[in-house]
Design a protein around this ligand. Structure first.
Ligand SMILES: [Zn+2]
Length: 277
């Protein structure tokens, strides 16, 4: 059976609206089905006092870089894209200009991890990014057809790193919290401070329960517990307020906090192709 493009578009749009309306009318469960964690980089930070001025000076630590893929009845959403896949081909990884920063390696590419699940980049409906540092947007260009979900303040930020998105990349520029699928199951939470338009992602999984994905609102558990603000953050007061907001969201939703770069935490988590429901 063949569809003309117009009929197909109409059918898809009808299916989309029926999906949302009927889910709401019947009060059925939100449509998040599962969440995969990808290895989107492994690194060693030269001096972790970059993330806690005056504390842990000269101490180095292993970091991880995580990406999260969410399967929702209305489509796939990728949260953060990690360091660039090109780093996988560099024998010694990517050494930072500042030795106190993180020396990244890429044991597996993002593309290969999608492929392992039988997915192509064009299968991803949304790419949502916590912020626009290179270890989070390193592979956005792999997804030229996906809708980017980013805070307007982040998109418009005249970052010292220069332009981060191609103008032709479809983008929804957000102003605050955003319920991605309209059923409350996947919500972007505005948490400015690390960068002007930083955001976290709240995911309500059917069995695991609510999980708040940190982005870089915090980098590891000890800094979260002490509410430490990294020296490189653009706004200290907003960072502190955002951490307070996260704590309130977590209390209200009984959510776990999954910290993107925290190796100790991620060592205890299931990585793709295993998943959380
Ligand atoms: Zn980061």
């Amino acid at each position: 059976m063949k569809f003309t493009p117009i009929l197909l578009a109409a059918a898809l749009s009808l299916a989309g609206s029926l999906g949302t309306d009927s889910a709401m009318a019947q009060g059925s469960k939100p449509g998040v089905e599962r969440l995969y964690i990808f290895n989107c980089g492994e690194g060693r930070a030269g001096d972790i006092s970059r993330w806690s001025p005056g504390v842990n000076e000269g101490k180095s630590m292993d970091f991880v870089d995580s990406c999260y893929l969410i399967k929702h009845a209305q489509g796939w959403l990728l949260w953060d894209t990690g360091v660039a896949d090109a780093i996988a081909a560099m024998p010694d990884g990517q050494r930072p200009a500042d030795p106190r920063a993180t020396h990244w390696r890429r044991p597996k590419t993002l593309a290969a991890q999608l492929e392992q699940l039988g997915l192509k980049p064009s299968d991803i409906k949304y790419v949502a990014v916590s912020h626009t540092h290179p270890d989070h947007i390193g592979n956005v260009t792999l997804f030229p057809q996906s809708m980017l979900l980013v805070q307007k303040a982040e998109y418009d930020w005249p970052s010292p790193l220069g332009p981060r998105f191609k103008p032709e990349q479809p983008a929804t520029k957000l102003d605050g919290d955003h319920d991605v699928f309209g059923d409350g199951s996947v919500t972007l939470i505005a948490t400015p401070g690390h960068t002007p338009g930083h955001q976290c992602l709240l995911v309500k999984l059917p069995k695991t329960g609510a999980v708040l994905l940190s982005g870089d609102a915090v980098h590891f558990k000890d800094n979260w517990e002490h509410r430490r603000v990294p020296a490189l953050n653009v706004d200290k007061d907003k960072t502190t307020a955002s951490m307070q907001r996260m704590a309130e969201v977590m209390a209200k939703e009984k959510a776990q906090l999954w910290i993107n770069h925290d190796k100790a935490q991620r060592d205890g988590q299931k990585l793709s192709p295993e998943f959380y429901e």
